[in-house]
Design a protein around this ligand. Structure first.
Ligand code: B1M
Length: 212
C-alpha cells in the first residue's frame, strides 16, 4: 500500500529509487496513471518549486528532485499514453545564439516538465532560423522560452522575436525570456510577453500562457 503523498515527498527529497518504487506500487494497486502524475509527481515538483522561490532550497535540491521525477516518469509514461493523458501544452525552449550556458535553461525545462508541460529543447547556441524551424516542426507549440547569460547574447532575443514577426508567426506564440542579465524592463523593450527571474516562476508563467 502506498500513497500519493509519499510519492510527492519522495520527489521533494530527490529520492529517485524510492519514488520509482512507490510509482510501481501505485500502478500495481491500479491507481490511475493521471492521478499518480498529478497528485504525486507534479505535486512534489510544485512544492519544491515553491520552496525554491522562497529560498528555502537551492539549485542542487531542485535538480535532484527533477531527477527523481524523471526516473518515475520513465515508468509512468507508457501508462499515461495508454490512458490517453495529455500534457497541458507544448513549448519550445533554447539558449540564444552565441551562448553556451544551459544550466538555467535546463532547470526551467525540468520545472516546466514538472508542471505537466511538453518541452521541445532546441539546445544551446540556437539561431533565429533554428527557433523558426523548430516552431514550423511543432506548430502546436504555444510558447517559446529564450535563455541568455551573457550581455552580449541577450541582444539576440529581439532578433528572434522580430524574425517570427516577419514570418507572420508572432501572434501564434508567446515569448518568455530569462537568464541572469535579463530584467522585466528589458523583456518589455524587446516585445517579449513575459520575463521570469527563476525556473519556478518560469513554469508558472508558461502554465498561464498555455491556459490563456
Ligand atoms: Co560563463 N559567464 N562564460 N560559463 N558563467 C557567467 C554568466 C558570468 C556572469 C561570469 C562572470 O564573469 N562573473 C559571465 C557573463 C558576464 C556578462 O555577460 N555580463 C560569463 C562569461 C563572461 C563567460 C565566457 C565569455 C567566459 C570566457 O570564455 N571568457 C564564456 C562564454 C561562453 C559562451 O556562452 N559563448 C563562459 C563560459 C562558461 C562555461 C562554459 C565555463 C560555464 C557554462 C556551463 C553550462 O552552462 N553548461 C559557465 C558558467 C557555469 C558560468 C557561471 C559561473 C554560472 C552560470 C549558471 O549556470 N548559473 C556564471 C557566473 C555566475 O552566475 N555566478 C557565468 C546557475 C543557473 C541556474 O543560473 O543560468 O541564471 P541562471 O538561471 C536561472 C535564472 O536566470 C532563470 O532561471 C534559472 C534558475 O532559477 N533563467 C530563466 C535562466 N534562463 C531562463 C529562461 C526563462 C526564465 C528564467 O524563460 C525562458
Amino acid at each position: 500500500m502506498a500513497t500519493f503523498q509519499e510519492l510527492s515527498e519522495a520527489i521533494q527529497k530527490g529520492q529517485a529509487p524510492k519514488a520509482k518504487e512507490i510509482t510501481q506500487t501505485l500502478l500495481g494497486e491500479k491507481k490511475p496513471a493521471g492521478e499518480i502524475l498529478n497528485k504525486g509527481l507534479l505535486d512534489g515538483m510544485d512544492k519544491i518549486g515553491q520552496r525554491f522561490k522562497a529560498n528555502e532550497v537551492y539549485i542542487p535540491e531542485v535538480l535532484i528532485a527533477a531527477r527523481a521525477m524523471n526516473a518515475s516518469m520513465d515508468i509512468l509514461k507508457p501508462e499515461l499514453v495508454k490512458a490517453g493523458v495529455k500534457p497541458i501544452g507544448k513549448i519550445l525552449i533554447g539558449t540564444v545564439k552565441g551562448d553556451l550556458h544551459d544550466i538555467g535553461k535546463n532547470l526551467v525545462k525540468m520545472m516546466a516538465q514538472g508542471a505537466g508541460i511538453e518541452v521541445i529543447d532546441c539546445g544551446i547556441d540556437v539561431s533565429p532560423d533554428k527557433f523558426l524551424q523548430a516552431f514550423k516542426d511543432n506548430p502546436d507549440a504555444k510558447a517559446v522560452g529564450l535563455s541568455a547569460l551573457l550581455t552580449t547574447t541577450m541582444t539576440g532575443m529581439k532578433e528572434i522575436i522580430d524574425r517570427f514577426e516577419k514570418e507572420g508567426l508572432r501572434k501564434k506564440v508567446k515569448f518568455m525570456v530569462g537568464g541572469a542579465p535579463l530584467t522585466d524592463q528589458y523583456a518589455k523593450e524587446i516585445g517579449a510577453d513575459g520575463y521570469a527571474p527563476d525556473a519556478a516562476s518560469a513554469a508558472d508563467k508558461f502554465k498561464a500562457f498555455l491556459r490563456a
